[in-house]
Structures are given as C-alpha cells and as structure tokens.
Design a protein around this ligand. Structure first.
Ligand SMILES: [Zn+2]
Length: 323
C-alpha cells in the first residue's frame, strides 16, 4: 500500500474549504506526515486518518502555513496516550520554537521526539530508512531554508505465482516466506521461492516539492518519480508574483514533471486568489497531460493513479471567500 492523502492544498491562508499545507503518506511500513499547517489535526479527524502508526514527520520549511499545526497535533497525540518515540525532520530553529511553546504553556509530551535538524541541503541526502522505504531530502529555493522530500520504496516483495501454487499442497501461511524470498520445506518437499514467485513490481516513489522558485536543475533529485507533488501557487500570467515570492506556476510545475520524467503530477499550494482551480489544471495539462489537482481529503493511491487523470476536474466550490 502506498497512498497520499492531501490535508491542505491552500497557500498562506485557508480558503474555499482548502486547508493549509499538510499531507499524510500511508505506506506498508507506516504512516508519515509532511508539513503541518494550522488546522492539520482537524483535517486528520475530518478525513478519518489513523495516526497510531505515525512514524515520522517531515517539515519542508519554517513558514507558518507549514508548521503552525505542530504543537496542537503533538499535544493531542500525547493526550491520546501515544508513547512510542516520534521522528521529526525539520529545518534548524523549529525545535527551539517548539520547546519554547511547550515551556510557555507548561506542557509536556508523553512520548520522546527524536529530532533531526536539516540545514538547507545542496544535494540529495538520505535522511530516513526503514525496511522497505527510504526518504531523501533535496534542495528547493524559497525565501527561507527549504527542502523537498523524495520517498522511494525498496526491497519490494516478490509476487506470488498463484496458478503454480494452486497445484501444490503448500498451506497459505507459508506464502509470506516465499514472497520475502525465502525457500520453504513443507511435508518433506522443498519449495524454491524462484519457482513460485514472479519478480517484484518496480518500486514506487513520491516527491514532495513545496515551496520553491522554478529551477530546472532541481529535477536531477527526483528523476523518474512515479508521483510528483509540485507546488503551483500561481497561474503563469502571475509569473512576476511567483518570482517575487519564490513560488512556482502551474506551467512551471508541469515543466518540472516533464523534465524529471515523472509519471504523474499533482498540483497544490494554491493561492487564495484562484477561486476556480481548473485553470491551473488546464495550464499544466497543456504541457504534462498526466496532471491532477491536490484536493483536500482525497486519497491518491500510487498503484491506481490512472483513474485520477480524467477525474480531477473540479467545479468551483460554492463557498464564497470571507473577506
Ligand atoms: Zn513558504
């Protein structure tokens, strides 16, 4: 299983039912959170995300719309009696800010946080490894230090050759051993896993690239990504604003998908100036047809992204802006 749920797709301010930046990754190895804008814990409840298996949080940069949900979320996890340690990978300074807040409110957490402070990277670096997943940080260019994250599956299981296995008396409880590449002896018969499995599916990968100025050289850090999330705060007609605020346009996000040879692109981090997101989607699709919009509360299954491509046009939301 490898799914991404978007918890917030709005840039800077919550708008039109769009929350602030945060995404959950649900993988066979556990649950991971990327960024934690204000309101993230409400979105988690609204979209019925279970955090029992939360292994790590990755923070791209220290702007408020990406971090202000952290004290609330972690306090709630503590009240829900979480005890296992939690890894947090975050830019320098976030740890001090977070503990200042705890001290200010005389709060404490029941669980330990294992902090890794990430400087502004200049190249792709491996930051987290678990049995079947690696996570890398890579450089982005924003007004303050900002890193993207690249999630790559590894050691994928062999696929069972069910047709062949049906011809044997081997009980199903031995199948996981074959899947993990182990031979089995059962009832004095030797089963070589090579004979009963097919090669693993190619590893899937997910790239999170937000917030950043467009720079074609960044694509070297996420070449051949299966599913690329790239910020597209603006339409290309607002390129000047994008450059001024160190953000990208939908067209630029599509170019990054094209140049990195990614398979699918998700646009997100939308400016509150756009009421109707279809314009951003069309701009990207003109360059990269496999583009889709990040929609709050939607689960994107990396194994079944094809169906999202024709599916992702959205009607403008009914809710009018609150001025
Ligand atoms: Zn930012």
């Amino acid at each position: 299983m490898f799914k991404v749920c978007v918890l917030g797709s709005s840039a800077a301010v919550p708008m039109f039912n769009r929350g602030l930046s945060s995404q959950v990754i649900i993988h066979d190895t556990g649950t991971y959170l990327i960024d934690c804008g204000e309101g993230t814990q409400f979105q988690i409840q609204k979209y019925k995300i279970k955090l029992k298996n939360l292994k790590a949080i990755f923070i791209s940069h220290n702007h408020g719309d990406h971090i202000l949900g952290l004290p609330g979320l972690l306090s709630t996890l503590s009240m829900f009696e979480r005890e296992e340690p939690l890894h947090i990978y975050a830019p320098e300074g976030l740890k001090v800010w977070f503990y200042d807040f705890l001290n200010l409110s005389k709060s404490f957490l029941r669980f330990d946080i294992e902090w890794t402070e990430l400087p502004q990277t200049s190249q792709k670096i491996l930051i987290y490894q678990i049995d079947k997943l690696s996570v890398f940080a890579f450089p982005l260019k924003h007004r303050i230090a900002c890193n993207g994250f690249y999630f790559l599956e590894k050691n994928k299981s062999f696929r069972l050759n069910i047709q062949k296995l049906k011809e044997t008396p081997l009980p199903k409880e031995y199948y996981p051993l074959l899947k993990s590449g182990e031979n089995v002896i059962y009832d004095n018969i030797f089963y070589d896993f090579h004979d009963y499995t097919l090669p693993p599916n190619p590893p899937l990968s997910y790239t999170y690239a937000s917030d950043t100025l467009y720079d074609e050289k960044f694509v070297e850090h996420f070449l051949d990504t299966h599913f690329l999330y790239h910020e597209s705060t603006f339409l290309d007609m607002d390129l000047e604003k994008a450059n001024l605020t160190f953000h990208s346009t939908a067209k630029q996000a599509a170019l990054q998908a094209l140049h990195s040879n990614s398979k699918y692109l998700m646009l997100g981090h939308f400016s509150a100036r756009y009421y109707d997101l279809n314009e951003l989607l069309m701009e990207a699709k003109a360059i990269f047809p496999n583009s889709m919009l990040a929609l709050d509360g939607k689960f994107y299954d990396l194994n079944h992204l094809d169906k999202e491509i024709n599916n992702s046009f959205v009607a403008a939301p009914d809710e009018k802006p609150i001025e």
